[in-house]
Design a protein around this ligand. Structure first.
Ligand code: F6P
Length: 346
C-alpha cells in the first residue's frame, strides 16, 4: 500500500473521445480511496509550467458523454528542452503530486516512463485514435473514430453509387493502419491502403475495373494518411513536433491516390479527407465504458503502489503492463489481419 495523498492527472497528444470518461473514472475511484486529484493542464506542458488545479467528483460527474478533454492537451515533450524535467520535478513537489496518471499515446506514455525512471512516479492509460499503443488491444478514442469513419464510408458509397464513381476516403492514424483497416472492413469498402503494406496501385485499379465489368460501377477506397507511395516525396523541410512527427495530413496522400485511380482506370474519382472530424464528438458506448474501466484501474494501481505501469485491455481482460515495454515500440497491423481484410475485396 502506498502513502498517497494526491494524484496528478493529465492528457497528452491528440485529443480523442472518451478522455473525460477516463478522468471521471479515476476521480470517482480516487475519492473512494480518499485521494485528492489535481488536473494538470494541457499535458506535460502543465507540469513544466506549473499549471494544475484540483478536480473533484462534482467536476467530472457529467463528463461521461463530452468529447475532447476537460484538461486540455499538447504535444509538449519535457525531454526536448534542457531544464524542463527539473521544472516537472519542482512542480510535482510544489503541488504535492505523489503520482501522475498520464493518459496518452506512445509519445505521452514514453515520457511517463522516462519521468518515472527519473523519480516522478507515473502510471499510464492508453489513449489514441490511432490504436497503436503497444500491449493495448484497445486505446481510448479508437472506437469513436472508426465509428465516425464508417459513417463517412457509407455516405460516400451513396454518392459513388449515384454517380458511378470511385470515392477515396483518407483517414488519420499516423504510422499504423488500424483506423483505415477497421474502417474498410466494418464499412464494407472495396480496398484499403495502410502504412504497413506497400501499396499495390495496379492490383487495386484492376479490382476496381473488374467490379465495374461485373456490373458494380462504383467503389469506395480507404487510404491511411501514413502510406508511402513511390513518386511522392516527403518534404524534408516539413515542420516536426516535439516528438519528431510531421503533419502527415499535409501530404494529401488521398488526392494522390485518387489521381492515380482516375488515370489508370478512367473512372471518375473523388476524394474526401475526414481529418479531425474523427477525433471529436460524444464518445461511443464502447469508449465510455472502456475508458471508465481504465480510469478506475489506474486509481487501483495508485492504491497498490504500482508505479511505472499501465492498466490495459489485453485478450479480453484488464492486465497490468510495464510502461518500459509499452514505450519500446508501437503496435502495427499484423499481416494476418490485413490478409483477412483483403479477402473481403471481391
Ligand atoms: O495521433 C493522433 C492523430 O490524430 C494522428 O492520427 C494524426 O496524424 C495526428 O494526430 C494529427 O495531429 P494534430 O491534431 O496535431 O494535427
Amino acid at each position: 500500500m502506498s502513502e498517497i495523498k494526491r494524484i496528478g492527472v493529465l492528457t497528452g497528444g491528440g485529443d480523442s473521445s472518451g478522455l473525460n470518461a477516463a478522468i471521471r473514472g479515476l476521480v470517482m475511484k480516487a475519492a473512494d480511496y480518499g485521494y485528492e486529484v489535481f488536473g494538470i493542464q494541457e499535458g506535460w506542458k502543465g507540469l513544466v509550467n506549473g499549471d494544475a488545479a484540483p478536480i473533484g467528483v462534482s467536476d467530472v460527474r457529467e463528463m461521461i458523454y463530452i468529447g475532447g478533454t476537460m484538461l486540455g492537451s499538447s504535444r509538449t515533450n519535457p525531454f526536448k528542452k534542457e531544464g524542463d524535467v527539473e521544472k516537472c520535478k519542482a512542480n510535482a513537489k510544489k503541488f504535492g503530486l505523489d503520482v501522475i496518471v498520464a493518459i496518452g499515446g506512445d509519445d505521452t506514455l514514453g515520457v511517463a516512463h522516462r519521468l518515472n525512471e527519473a523519480g516522478i512516479r507515473c502510471i499510464g492509460i492508453p489513449k489514441t485514435m490511432d490504436n497503436d499503443v503497444n500491449l493495448a488491444d484497445y486505446c481510448i478514442g479508437f472506437d469513436t473514430s472508426v465509428t465516425v469513419a464508417v459513417d463517412a464510408v457509407e455516405r460516400l458509397r451513396d454518392t459513388a453509387k449515384s454517380h458511378r464513381r470511385i470515392l477515396v476516403l483518407e483517414v488519420m492514424g499516423r504510422y499504423a493502419g488500424w483506423v483505415a483497416l477497421i474502417t474498410a472492413m466494418a464499412g464494407g469498402a472495396d480496398w484499403v491502403l495502410i502504412p504497413e503494406v506497400e501499396p499495390d496501385i495496379d492490383a487495386m485499379c484492376e479490382h476496381l475495373m473488374d467490379l465495374r465489368k461485373s456490373g458494380r460501377p462504383y467503389g469506395v477506397v480507404v487510404v491511411s494518411e501514413g502510406i508511402e507511395l513511390s513518386g511522392v516525396d516527403n518534404d524534408d523541410k516539413a515542420e516536426v513536433d516535439a516528438f519528431g512527427h510531421v503533419r502527415l495530413g499535409l501530404r494529401g496522400i488521398g488526392h494522390v491516390v485518387g489521381r492515380k485511380i482516375e488515370q489508370k482506370t478512367g473512372i471518375q474519382t473523388r476524394v474526401a479527407t475526414i481529418g479531425h472530424i474523427q477525433r471529436g464528438g460524444s464518445p461511443t458506448v464502447y469508449d465510455r465504458y472502456h475508458a471508465t474501466r481504465l480510469g478506475i484501474a489506474a486509481a487501483d494501481l495508485v492504491h497498490k503502489g504500482e508505479f511505472g505501469k499501465m492498466p490495459t485491455f489485453l485478450e479480453g481482460t484488464i492486465k497490468i503492463v510495464d510502461l518500459a515495454e509499452v514505450a519500446a515500440k508501437i503496435k502495427t497491423v499484423p499481416d494476418s489481419l490485413y490478409r483477412d481484410a483483403m479477402t473481403l475485396f471481391k
